[in-house]
Design a protein around this ligand. Structure first.
Ligand SMILES: [Zn+2]
Ligand SMILES: [Zn+2]
Length: 84
């Protein structure tokens, strides 16, 4: 799982496609980018929903889940309740 700059440039061919990692801005071949992202940027511990303990692969999925599944619980219970 070691990437070296030399290995990347040795394999250069006219058909080699280069991409930039959107997370760390590393320039790497498109083929290797998939592996790079998977190993370097998706190995974080899963985010757990504090309401139902469901796990999500990133905070955006978790936030979206909370908004869809639990928003009605988190909003409307505080002020704004027009009840007399
Ligand atoms: Zn990266
Ligand atoms: Zn939940």
């Amino acid at each position: 799982m070691v990437f070296s700059v030399r290995d990347l440039w040795v394999g250069e061919t006219p058909n080699t496609k280069w991409s930039q990692c959107q997370y760390c801005k590393l320039v790497i071949t498109t083929v290797n980018l998939w592996r790079h992202v998977r190993t370097q940027h998706t190995s974080q511990p899963p985010r757990k929903c504090e309401y139902c303990q469901k796990s999500f692969k990133n905070k955006y999925s978790l936030r979206e889940h909370i908004r869809i599944a639990h928003e009605y619980k988190t909003t409307g219970q505080s002020e704004g309740k027009d009840q007399k």
